[in-house]
Design a protein around this ligand. Structure first.
Ligand SMILES: Cc1cc2nc3c(=O)[nH]c(=O)nc-3n(C[C@H](O)[C@H](O)[C@H](O)COP(=O)(O)OP(=O)(O)OC[C@H]3O[C@@H](n4cnc5c(N)ncnc54)[C@H](O)[C@@H]3O)c2cc1C
Length: 484
């Protein structure tokens, strides 16, 4: 079908103003949070209802038009990056909180609802939604499900996948399918877990029921500063080994501390080599006991200074620095590249040392921010895309970091997804047998490979060419899947 014909069909489904075709209107959709990669979309559609989405998806299916779902576009792995001749399906207008059930402790929401808006709506009931990506002021819950997003509080309360009950999707054939259920468990294969983190490759998420938790009686954050990273790393290990489960356990190195402090004025000690932010929550007694225990562990590991929030304003201020760390680091250079890998916690000092050596080798500064409690690293590589070859050097440096993560038993992504960014590293993380299973699942949901093509799961040929794996007997399970 020609583009003009498609537009005429779309006008019959949604208002003309909801179909964007002019360059000026399309520019805001040319990238996600990973702005190193840009591509002007072919067409953007903004439906307002499930019925409209069903009709659009069916139209695309019948005419073999690929679809890229888009939430708020804050993704950091190029998941919502437009591709040639693909329709961008924005879920931004489906932004209603449909129901809050304080007895079931759940909320039914549309995919375009902002993460933070759920907790704001639940607060009058003494409830909140736990997963809190640093982008929570802007990112959509649909995007959170598609990426299985995490955040500071996921150490104790789990990732998105642990905090949802039911998801409704539109299949590529335009059918409405319910995954999971309103109770704690549902029979059959766990398709709810499968759709979580599927990066727009298996269906369009149109309705989500999330779990809500009671707002804890008390929460306090302890800020510990160290003059070397090793001591901070040891403190993390001992806190966990002592059976303490912090609500959040974050670490930042010197460059990140300085950037965050200059930006947010959170009172971070700028001379420290590393800081730990450890939040404890629960009943008043629980918090008092845990704060005391964490303080002792930090002191034993040579913490230079300790600060404990005494009220909600102080707690918010201490977190403000961490939550603003990415944009704060962004002020240090024209561009930055945010990596996302996980490692076993015990490898933290070793990996940091290797990252610093690589930083010298590539002559590119790195600021390190991480969810230390779950071993999720976010090295932020500073570069200037206007300098010829610097982006390529940055990408190579980033790839080396991810390879290091896999080498020590970690993974190439903790929470930002694979998207377009880490697709080659998937060949290092997985063997051909595992990738074949991924392709079989994709084929079961999307036999024409129309949903977010070219993202998240590499073709077997691509991996074979990169030398990361071998295709058995030269056979591909679904040769038609290998065209991207
Ligand atoms: C400053 C900053 C801080 C961040 N901090 C964190 C953090 O702490 N933790 C974390 O996990 N992430 C973080 N992120 C990354 C990002 O915010 C998350 O990945 C978020 O979940 C993306 O949501 P979105 O609505 O912006 O999705 P988008 O970027 O629009 O899309 C992301 C992916 O999901 C797919 N998708 C979106 N909506 C749907 C849908 N309804 N149905 C099917 N597929 C869909 C898209 O196709 C794409 O593949 C951060 C980003 C920034 C810019």
């Amino acid at each position: 079908m020609q583009k003009q014909q498609l537009i005429q069909h779309l006008y019959k489904i949604v208002a003309k103003t909801s179909v964007l075709v002019d360059k000026d209107e399309l520019h805001p959709y040319e990238c996600d949070g990973l702005s190193a990669y840009k591509f002007l979309p072919w067409l953007v559609v903004l439906p307002e209802s499930i019925k409209q989405i069903q009709k659009i998806v069916k139209l695309c299916f019948d005419n073999n038009i690929p679809i890229i779902a888009r939430g708020a576009g804050t993704g950091l792995s190029g998941g919502a990056l437009p591709q040639e001749n693909c329709l961008i399906l924005s879920l931004a207008k489906l932004n209603q909180i449909l129901n809050i059930d304080p007895i079931a402790r759940s909320a039914q929401v549309q995919p375009g609802v902002r993460n933070l808006a759920i907790s704001a709506a639940a607060e009058p009931f003494g409830l909140y939604y736990a997963p809190d990506p640093s982008s929570q002021i802007a990112c959509s819950i649909g995007g959170n499900v598609a990426e299985n997003s995490g955040g500071v509080h996921c150490l104790k309360y789990g990732l998105t996948v642990h905090n949802i009950l039911e998801v409704k999707i539109i299949s590529i054939e335009g059918e409405l399918i319910t995954l999971g259920g309103q109770s704690l468990d549902s029979p059959g294969y766990d398709l709810l877990a499968l759709i979580t983190g599927s990066e727009g490759l298996l269906g369009i998420i149109v309705d989500i029921t999330v779990k809500l938790l009671p707002i804890p009686e008390k929460a306090q954050v302890l800020l510990a500063a160290f003059d070397n990273v090793l001591d901070a790393g040891k403190t993390v290990g001992e806190i966990i080994a002592n059976g303490i489960i912090p609500a959040g356990l974050e670490m930042m190195d010197k460059l990140a501390i300085n950037a965050a402090e200059d930006f947010a004025h959170a009172g971070y000690p700028k001379e420290a080599a590393a800081i730990l932010l450890c939040e404890l929550d629960g009943t008043i007694e629980e918090v008092e006991q845990s704060i005391f225990a964490v303080k002792k562990i930090a002191e034993k590991n040579n913490a230079d200074s300790l600060r404990i929030s005494q009220n909600e304003t102080e707690r918010a201020l201490i977190w403000a620095g961490r939550k603003a760390a990415f944009p704060a680091v962004g002020r240090l250079s024209p561009d930055y590249y945010c990596m996302d890998g996980t490692i076993p916690k015990k490898c933290l000092p070793e990996i940091l040392d290797s990252i610093n050596k690589l930083s010298e080798q590539y002559n590119l500064p790195v600021a390190n921010v991480f969810h230390a409690g779950d071993g999720n690293l976010h090295p932020l590589i500073l570069y200037d895309a206007n300098i010829e070859g610097e982006l390529e050097r940055t990408e190579e440096f980033g790839a080396k970091i991810l390879e290091l993560c896999v080498k020590v038993g970690g993974t190439i992504t903790g929470e930002h997804g694979v998207g377009i960014e880490k697709i080659d590293q998937m060949c290092i993380q997985f063997q051909s047998q595992e990738l074949q299973q991924f392709h079989s699942i994709k084929a079961a949901f999307d036999r024409k490979t129309l949903l977010n093509p070219g993202k998240a799961v590499p073709s077997l040929h691509r991996c074979a060419e990169l030398g990361g794996m071998h295709v058995h007997d030269g056979q591909l399970p679904h040769p038609e899947l290998d065209r991207f």
